[in-house]
Design a protein around this ligand. Structure first.
Ligand code: FMN
Length: 238
């Protein structure tokens, strides 16, 4: 173990913040550390909209009511961005063709890698945060609030601030249920049942009325929320 690995192993999402702000230069350093992340062909196919005004945080909260959005010091929205790519392609005499699954994977993986780097940098300085992907339930509304142009879309945000409360580290699936030597090994129900129990024990009094595995029904037992697809189509990416 070393300091970096310890920090990574101590991760837990923070959703409750004090009123303390993040100094501008510190926030810039955190974001620069995020932007140092690897990315597809160095195209850096994402942008970050930094929301710090209470007015804009409240407007986003009105769309997606999660307390962390309203109360964080900074709400960083990670945007998949092929707007610069359009300029580059046309500047170099190409015909811009952004529609498709590869574009979505390239932009969202770039944003995710940078996002995690950003969160980790913030944690290393004593801040905490939570990624907020549910802003995609209101993709068009959030896009409008942030003035996002064609060929861009909100992927997730990170609410950052000084932690007012820190949760215990959430246990992950057992190593062997998720990490396979050489070839994939399909897992049976028993593995999931065991982990449901682990999650229940972890949650203790805060335990929800559902199990970890049953919450997947809400995600994958019904058609997807149309918001993301509609927005991507509107923005020329699908
Ligand atoms: C892409 C992404 C989107 C997420 N969106 C939300 C969200 O909208 N609201 C929320 O409370 N947590 C959100 N989370 C946090 C996860 O729920 C959390 O990381 C997970 O339960 C594991 O808990 P831990 O981060 O405390 O270890 C998101 C995490 C990721 C990676």
């Amino acid at each position: 173990m070393n300091e970096t690995i310890n920090l990574m192993m101590q991760h837990s999402s923070v959703r409750n913040f004090t009123e303390e702000k993040i100094p501008e230069q510190v926030l810039k350093t955190i974001i620069d550390a995020g932007r140092a992340a690897p990315n597809w062909k160095n195209f850096q196919s994402y942008s970050i909209v930094v929301v710090q005004s209470q007015e804009q945080k409240d407007a986003i909260f009105a769309q997606q009511p999660q307390k962390a959005i309203k109360n964080c010091a900074a709400f960083l929205v990670f945007v998949g961005d092929l707007h610069r790519a359009k300029t580059a392609v046309e500047m170099n005499g190409g015909a811009f063709q952004p529609e498709g699954v590869e574009s979505l994977l390239i932009t969202s993986v770039d944003a995710a890698v940078a996002g995690q780097n950003t969160l980790l940098a913030a944690q290393s300085l004593g801040y905490g945060g939570v990624m907020v992907g549910l802003i995609r339930e209101q993709s068009s509304e959030i896009s409008e609030l942030l003035n996002l142009p064609d060929y861009t879309y909100p992927i997730f945000a990170i609410a950052l601030g000084k932690p007012a409360r820190v949760n215990a580290v959430k246990p992950r699936l057992p190593y062997d249920a998720l990490v396979f030597p050489e070839k994939y090994i399909e897992q049976d129900e028993e593995v999931l049942r065991q982990y449901d129990k682990v999650q229940d024990d972890y949650a203790g009094a805060r335990r929800l009325n559902s199990t970890w595995s049953s919450r997947m029904v809400d995600q994958w037992g019904k058609p997807e929320n149309p918001s993301t697809r509609e927005n991507l189509t509107e923005k020329g990416l699908l």
